[in-house]
Structures are given as structure tokens and as C-alpha cells.
Ligand binder design. Structure first.
Ligand code: SAM
Ligand code: SF4
Length: 453
């Protein structure tokens, strides 16, 4: 399909606000009906052999990047981080007591910037995790790193603690772009950190890049990707900048006149995808790319890729525990989110209570639709009959949704063969619009999500 046709279709379908479907139902459906008591009941009811995935959120950074949409604040000195580490330690113990010494197959440290903790603090928390959970020998232990602040010693600390996958924040190597977003980070700095990590034995490296930032052009995006590729990453995440200054007030400092318009953003995302795929990476879902031998690519080819709050994952565990402020747990019974504010989180944890403030129980219908949406987001294809069969519903269940895909089908963005829906490769950026047809909570007038591209 021609680029200008795709751009027209983007205007038609993606100017709408559509969720990123890191969960279904999405966080917009969360209410105060789910509290710490509900979450404790759900945890207690977990099957004895259920393996866990654990996410730990560290909501602090040394300084704020102007584009940042993450849940984080600037740490004024080491004291708030140290106090937070104490709370996390207590929360790990609290959850550990409820679930018993359970097998954990995946640990993910996100933020914010988890490496804002001192090496000693990080090691202490990893020790507590190992005391409270049976971390599998082949578990993936991942952490998000800001290369501007990591030291060679810290790289060794991470390796000694068992970290075996890292994600480095880069965004763009162009000086003008970096100045506009308040994040100065040289290529050499990033390269040095990648070397230190490899020297310490951590070889699985992901780079986070962005398009749609101020002053970015197709050329500059392609140039940044070219530089990033010389670092030989295993994975690249290519995020479209989500500009939501009404929610993230510091984004008001982004020079809006220098933001690429919709057409330019579209061209940037296309050149990014072509450049990364041209270097031998497989596109994964909406915004990830992985080397063909990477677990993400392997899982995708097996139809076993999953999507959770951290994005795309090779992790197969059904139960995710979220620790720290704003972290979301995902259990067979539903979702439970911790208090986003440190004050409320601290009050709960110091009182020996779970910090859950909202969430959403999932119904049988939600589980069915969640599976349909997840398969679409991960595989760009879903066999409704096969998914329906695993939930005990017949082929006619989605007749209305199938009819609702008529327009997307006429526009060439989906093909429907019997009960199988497939999004063609060129339609990858539109997959969210296809998922939206199966979202029974979606209100077309809702403006809380960022643009869909
Ligand atoms: C927690 S940060 C990564 C670790 C570390 N804090 C750093 O920045 O180096 C997660 C990633 O989210 C992406 N990100 C942050 N704000 C974003 C936004 N407004 N739109 C799209 N992606 C964003 C960036 O690519 C960033 O690297
Ligand atoms: S992008 Fe990373 S370092 Fe920058 S403010 Fe966000 S979380 Fe912190």
C-alpha cells in the first residue's frame, strides 16, 4: 500500500484516542472496588504451582526529561530513595508472606530509574527477593537503566545480583533534539555503558528510542538508529512520543512548534521500522524489534508472545505481582494497582497493609476479549473460533464485532477469512484500531489516551 494512502488511513483511524492495550480491561476501568483485602484474597487463591512474574517500580530520577510520560519524580538527595527502599523491602516481605516461597520466573525493575538506588540498596533488595521468592535458575532478571548515571562498578553489581537483561534509555543521539527534551547523553556515554555491561557478563541489551520528538526528522531518526545499531542491541523499542501536557505538566516545556506534525511522525515511524527491520530485526507487536534469535522473536513465531504493563514479553507466567508506587498486579481474577502517591503507599506499607487503591475484577467475557486483543496485539492475527473454544463460546459470539470490522476490511487494513482476522504487515500501526472493535468499554468520546500512532 502507498505511503500517502496509509497516511490518509492514519488520519481516519488513528487520530482517535485508542488505548495501548497493555491490559484488558484497560486502567480506565479501574475503580476503588478492588482494595488490599480483595488483592490479598486473590493472592491467597493462586494455584500452588503458579509461577510468578514480579515488577518493581522505582519512581525516582536524578532529573526529569521533558518528554517523560513515566510515573516518576526528581529525587532530592539520597534520603527519599533510601526511605523508599525500606518500604519496598517491607512490601516484598508482605507479599512473600501471603503467597509463600513461590517460584518466580521473571523479575523486572522499572521506573523512573531503578539504578538511582545505591549498589548496596539494590543488592539488599535482590537478597530480600531471593529470600521471599524461589527465583528460577533460568529466570529473566531485567532492569531499566539510565546510561547517564551508571558506573562500571554498578554494572558489576547488577551482574553479581543475577541481572541478565538490561534496557538502556537513549531516545535520540542528535544534539538539537537532546537539548529540546532536556536530556544530554552522548553516544560515547551510551557505548561505554554497553561495554561495561557486556564486560560484566550482561549481554542481553535493549535500547529505547523515540520518534515524534521536537526537531526530529526522518533523517535524524534514521541517523540515531544507525548509531544505535552499532551498539549491537538484541532489541530496540521504538516509541512514538506521547505528548500529553494536560497530564504531564513538565511536557509544557517541550517546544510544541518544533514537534513533527502527524504526517512527519508517520514518515518517521516508517523509516524507523524500515531501518531496524533492514538491519535484520523482526518487528514485534506495535513498537518493538528483536533479533531473530531473541526470546521475543522466538515467542512471537511460536504464537506465545505476551503483552503486559511493561510492553511485550516472552514471559509465560499468568500472574504478575506489582511492587512499589503505581505498580499494577495482574492475577487470573483481575488487576490491582498500588497507590501512585508515595505518601499513600508509605502509609499503607508502614501499617503492614497492602497498598492497593484500585483495580478491576475480570469477568469471563473480559477474559475472552483479553485473549482476542492480546493475540491481535502480539500476532497481528487471531482465530476467533480457536480462542472462543478455549473459553467455551461458539463461533457466532463475535458476529457484531466482525461486522464492525467492515470498514477496516474495505480499507485493506484487515482480512477476514471465516473466523480468522489478520492485519497485513503494512497495517501493523493500525492494530490498536482493530483491537478497539473488541473493547466493549471503549467510549469513542474519551480523550484520556494519547494519539494512536
Ligand atoms: C523508565 S524509562 C527508561 C529508563 C531510564 N529512566 C531512562 O530514561 O534512561 C522508559 C522509557 O519510556 C519511554 N518514554 C518515556 N516517556 C515517553 C513518552 N512521553 N512517550 C513515549 N515514550 C516515552 C522512553 O523511551 C524511556 O526510555
Ligand atoms: S525518561 Fe527515564 S530518566 Fe527521563 S524522566 Fe523519564 S524515567 Fe526519568
Amino acid at each position: 500500500m502507498q505511503d500517502d494512502t496509509l497516511r490518509q488511513l492514519e488520519l481516519k483511524y488513528l487520530e482517535r484516542r485508542i488505548p495501548r492495550y497493555t491490559s484488558y480491561p484497560t486502567a480506565v476501568q479501574f475503580t476503588g472496588d478492588v482494595d488490599g483485602g480483595t488483592y490479598a484474597d486473590w493472592l491467597t487463591a493462586l494455584a500452588p504451582d503458579a509461577a510468578l512474574s514480579v515488577y518493581l517500580h522505582v519512581p525516582f530520577c536524578a532529573e526529569l526529561c521533558l518528554y517523560c510520560g513515566c510515573h516518576t519524580t526528581v529525587a532530592r538527595g539520597p534520603a527519599p530513595v533510601a526511605a523508599y527502599v525500606d518500604l519496598l523491602e517491607r512490601e516484598i516481605a508482605l507479599i512473600g508472606t501471603i503467597v509463600g516461597h513461590r517460584r518466580a520466573t521473571h523479575i523486572h525493575w522499572g521506573g523512573g530509574t531503578p539504578t538511582i538506588m545505591t549498589p548496596a540498596e539494590f543488592t539488599r533488595l535482590m537478597t530480600t527477593l531471593r529470600e521471599k521468592f524461589a527465583i528460577a535458575a533460568d529466570a529473566e532478571l531485567a532492569i531499566e537503566i539510565d546510561p547517564r548515571t551508571l558506573t562500571r562498578d554498578y554494572a558489576r553489581t547488577l551482574a553479581d545480583a543475577g541481572i541478565n537483561r538490561v534496557s538502556l534509555g537513549v531516545q535520540d543521539f542528535d544534539g538539537q533534539v537532546q537539548r529540546a527534551v532536556g536530556r544530554m547523553q552522548s553516544f560515547e556515554q551510551t557505548a561505554r555503558v554497553a561495554d561495561w555491561l557486556r564486560e560484566a557478563g550482561i549481554t542481553a541489551i535493549n535500547l529505547d528510542l523515540m520518534y515524534g520528538l521536537p526537531y526530529q526528522t526522518e533523517r535524524s531518526v534514521a541517523a540515531s538508529i544507525g548509531q544505535a545499531l552499532t551498539l549491537m542491541p538484541d532489541r530496540i523499542a521504538m516509541f512514538g512520543y506521547a505528548h500529553v501536557p494536560w497530564m504531564k505538566r513538565h511536557q509544557k516545556l517541550i517546544p510544541e512548534q518544533a514537534l513533527p506534525d502527524g504526517t512527519a511522525r508517520f514518515a518517521q515511524s516508517r523509516i524507523a521500522a524500515e531501518t531496524i527491520a533492514g538491519a535484520g530485526f523482526s518487528p514485534i507487536g506495535l513498537d518493538h524489534f528483536a533479533r531473530h534469535d531473541d526470546p521475543l522473536a522466538r515467542r512471537q513465531s511460536e504464537g506465545r508472545l505476551h503483552r503486559n504493563f511493561q510492553g511485550y514479553t516472552a514471559d509465560q507466567s499468568v500472574s504478575l505481582i506489582g511492587l512499589g508506587t503505581s505498580a499494577i498486579g495482574s492475577l487470573p481474577q483481575g488487576y490491582a494497582q498500588n497507590a501512585p502517591s508515595t505518601v499513600a503507599y508509605r502509609a499503607a506499607i508502614t501499617a503492614g497493609r497492602l497498598a492497593t487503591v484500585r483495580g478491576c475484577a475480570v469477568t469471563a467475557e473480559d477474559r475472552l476479549r483479553r485473549d482476542v486483543i492480546e493475540r491481535l496485539m502480539c500476532d497481528l492475527s487471531v482465530d476467533l473460533a480457536a480462542v472462543g473454544a478455549t473459553h467455551g463460546v461458539d463461533a457466532g459470539h463475535f458476529a457484531r464485532e466482525l461486522a464492525g470490522l467492515d470498514e477496516l476490511e474495505q480499507d485493506g487494513l484487515v482480512t477476514i477469512a471465516g473466523q480468522t482476522i489478520t492485519v497485513p504487515e503494512y497495517g501493523r500501526p493500525f492494530v490498536r484500531a482493530v483491537c478497539a472493535a473488541f473493547d466493549r468499554y471503549l467510549d469513542p468520546g474519551d480523550t484520556r489516551f494519547s494519539r494512536a500512532s
